[in-house]
Write a protein that binds this ligand. Structure first.
Ligand code: ADP
Length: 398
């Protein structure tokens, strides 16, 4: 059985074709500049076929999907003989609101419900919906599944997801903490339980997804009980360019003083803040590491702030769960930056965490980076959201 996994953005579309017999990726690729001019990079990973990396007209997502199917099935770049070999499609959808606590088979009623979730993710959900519609148009009645970034967090109790504002805003408008990166937190926490050789029901796990966007989740017995992102992905930790937690009074002060509209203000908070805003150097942690090593104090401050926040949020989740068995690092920074992991682990001393520097210097594999004696285990687990989407799609469709 072969499953196509699609992650559609407003002008881009990432895909992987996964063979579920052995969960291997047959091909992957990225359509970019959809609606502008169009570019496709398609990489077959089996059969010794060449990479296709060229401009290709893509006025809409439909042409993008058609180009993907064309390449997947072509004699020169293809990995399957015919579109009929693609048994199902799994789509990443950012926001499922309170309607979706798990993945779901797509039909007209689901499409309607997705539209209703759009006000919660006005930039992301329309792109995801466009991707699904384009796929349905091009692929006909191939079964499709929606997998939500928010779904895993739906198990949070009211005390964790409610904001302390008038209750009517929750009741009438759905204003609450939803959380994001759920597919990643779900994957790494279940993999962590496997690595520990224990049922996830018996474990308290804190998962730190640290990439361009970062969030932390507290997972008790396999269920998410708290997470650091909220109604939007803007809050929690300071991120590459997003501010994270911020006193709302600051927003009013800056808007009044500099005459900014709310959209201009949100642009500052989403795109010009975080470690980029503090350092003035970059949103990329590699650049920050280099600048800090050369003595750039603001780059060091941005890194210190990020590490401190991860340590602080992890500490709050130890309290929330009344203990912790394992802490996981994942995503771009979590998987690659040994210096960030070591700096963050300095905040775990009270938990009896001991990091093994040799294990911490390895890359690209699931690995325990704490010593065997460490009271709380610390893991690096490369995330694999596409595999979760493919597994859910298989389970629901086949
Ligand atoms: P996204 O949130 O966009 O999925 P990723 O999880 O791919 O992001 O993370 C991207 C970030 O990972 C980059 O901005 C960079 O800061 C960081 N990163 C990647 N490689 C390294 C590295 N070797 N050292 C430090 N940071 C890294």
């Amino acid at each position: 059985m072969k499953i196509l996994v699609i992650n559609a953005g407003s002008s881009s579309l990432k895909y992987q074709l996964i063979d579920m017999e052995n969960e291997s990726v047959l091909a992957k690729g990225l359509c970019e500049r959809i609606g502008i001019d169009g570019h496709l990079k398609h990489s077959p990973l089996v059969g010794g076929k060449p990479v296709f990396d060229e401009d290709l007209a893509m006025p809409t997502h439909s042409e993008a999907i058609a180009a993907v199917i064309d390449k997947l099935t072509s004699a020169e770049y293809g990995v399957v003989a015919d579109m009929k070999e693609i048994d199902a499609v799994g789509h990443r959808v950012v926001h499922g609101g309170e309607k979706f606590a798990s993945s779901v088979k797509i039909d007209d009623a689901v499409m309607q419900a997705l539209e209703e979730c759009t006000p919660f993710a006005p930039l992301h959900n329309p792109a995801n919906i466009t991707g699904i519609n384009a796929c349905r148009k091009v692929m006909g009645d191939v079964p499709m599944v929606a997998v939500f970034d928010t779904a895993f967090h739906q198990t949070m109790p009211g005390k964790a997801f409610m904001y302390a504002i008038p209750y009517e805003y929750y009741k009438n408008d759905g204003i609450r903490r939803y959380g994001f990166h759920g597919t990643s937190h779900r994957y790494v926490s279940s993999r962590c339980a496997e690595l520990m050789g224990k049922p996830i029901e018996e474990l308290k796990i804190i998962s730190c997804h640290m990439g361009n966007g970062s969030s932390i989740a507290a997972i008790d017995g396999g269920k998410c009980v708290d997470t650091s992102m909220g109604f939007t992905p803007l809050v929690g930790l300071p991120m590459g360019t997003r501010c994270g937690d911020l006193d709302n009074g600051v927003v009013q002060f800056i808007m009044n003083k500099y005459g900014l509209s709310i959209d201009e203000m949100l642009n500052v908070l989403n795109k010009k803040s975080g470690v980029l805003g503090v350092s003035g150097v970059s949103s990329d942690f590699r650049d920050l590491d280099n600048a800090a090593a050369e003595g750039n104090e603001r780059a060091q401050l941005a890194l210190d702030m990020f590490h401190y926040w991860v340590g602080k949020v992890v500490g709050s989740y130890v309290a929330a769960m009344n203990g912790v068995d394992a802490i996981i690092f994942t995503a771009g920074v979590g998987e690659n930056s040994k210096s960030s992991r070591a700096a963050i682990a300095e905040y775990f001393g009270y938990l009896g965490v001991e990091i093994d520097p040799e294990a911490n210097s390895k890359r690209g594999e699931d690995i325990m980076i704490s010593t065997p004696e460490s009271k709380v285990k610390v893991f690096v687990i490369p995330t694999n959201e596409e595999l979760v989407i493919a597994r859910d799609t298989k389970e629901i469709c086949c």
